[in-house]
Design a protein around this ligand. Structure first.
Ligand SMILES: *[C@@H]1O[C@H](CO)[C@@H](O)[C@H](O)[C@H]1NC(C)=O
Length: 312
């Protein structure tokens, strides 16, 4: 596991047109992939300086963990992503919001202090936790834009109910949370912003469902045993990095693109780096359609059917 396992795989199913609009989340994919390699190389070089350096060889972790004040400077994390999700700023420059209540009694009128109350707000928020907690959600947690869920310093589980949905929103960071045993939700009203709630049909029961989302970074989470995917990104979602996660005990691990005929997924760009695909996984680590997927420096322990696949 400690061996530097440089498995580089480009799954490039379609070439993007070279004229990219600068406001679009879609980036020059070759440039972004090269930049990831440069950062990994620089980090490995720092590690080789030995005791003079705190470096681990992991450019993401070096970025925030080498700061002796990282506990006070939580939002520095937002500058540390690599790859296609690197522009995800989450709740950077927003207030710190402390979750004090693990409950989720009313998904339409969430109580202040709950995780749901925090994630639906319009303003940017950096969400942390007052203590260890297990949050069993009643319905999907439908996130609003510009939020970071930062589990550092507490043991936080989102488990046993529906889990996280990132739908048509942007700039979400999820870090240091345990997400497992996720179930389907739905046929219920759920609030997604202070001004709006709506009817949700039955959900898939993913750990993290990204649907038309952009600038999303999922880092240092553990994920296992959900109803559908651990992390699925569909419907033109792009600008995504999935890094440093620990995934175990699950069948359909990661689906990136849900349909051969959904050609809008050509703009999907996802980096999968420094993840540990551990015991009891079956398939889709990831399974890709249409977009540009940079799968680099992951550790695969075993897989029952296949590890990486693509089509379309
Ligand atoms: C990273 O290092 C490897 C091995 O030394 C080298 O082959 C590669 O060209 C370097 N990549 C970049 C982008 O610097």
């Amino acid at each position: 596991m400690a061996t530097t396992f440089l498995s580089l795989l480009f799954l490039l199913f379609s070439l993007l047109t070279p004229t990219l609009i600068s406001s679009s989340p879609v980036q020059d994919p070759e440039f972004v992939a090269q930049e990831v390699h440069r950062k990994i190389n620089a980090s490995v070089a720092r590690r080789n300086l030995g005791y003079l350096s705190c470096a681990t060889g992991n450019p993401i972790d070096d970025c925030w963990r080498c700061d002796p004040n990282c506990e006070k400077n939580r939002q520095r994390l937002a500058d540390c992503a690599i790859g296609f999700g690197k522009n995800a700023i989450g709740g950077k420059n927003g207030k710190i919001y402390v979750v004090t209540d693990s409950g989720d009694d009313d998904p339409v009128t969430p109580k202040p202090g709950t995780l749901r109350y925090a994630v639906i707000q319009d303003e940017p928020l950096w969400i942390i936790f007052a203590r260890d907690m297990v949050i069993k959600l009643k319905e999907e947690l439908i996130m609003n834009s510009f939020k970071t869920i930062d589990g550092r310093g507490a043991s936080v589980h989102i488990a046993g109910g529906p889990c996280i949905t990132i739908q048509y929103v942007t700039n979400v960071i999820i870090h240091g949370i345990n997400i497992h045993d996720c179930k389907q939700g739905g046929n219920a009203m759920v609030r997604d912003s202070p001004r709006h709630y709506g009817w949700r049909t039955i959900s898939d029961g993913d750990g993290v469902s990204i649907f038309g989302g952009s600038h999303v970074w999922v880092d240092h989470c553990s994920l296992s045993n959900c109803n559908d995917g651990l992390i699925d990104a569909i419907h033109g979602s792009t600008g995504i990095t999935i890094s440093n996660n620990y995934m175990t005990h699950h069948d359909k691990v990661m689906l990136l693109g849900h349909s051969d005929s959904y050609t809008q997924d050509k703009s999907m760009q996802v980096t999968i780096a420094f993840n540990h695909f551990g015991e009891g996984l079956v398939q889709r680590m990831p399974r890709c359609r249409h977009g540009y997927f940079h799968v680099v420096n992951n550790d695969y322990t075993h897989w029952e059917m296949y590890a990486i696949g693509g089509s379309a």
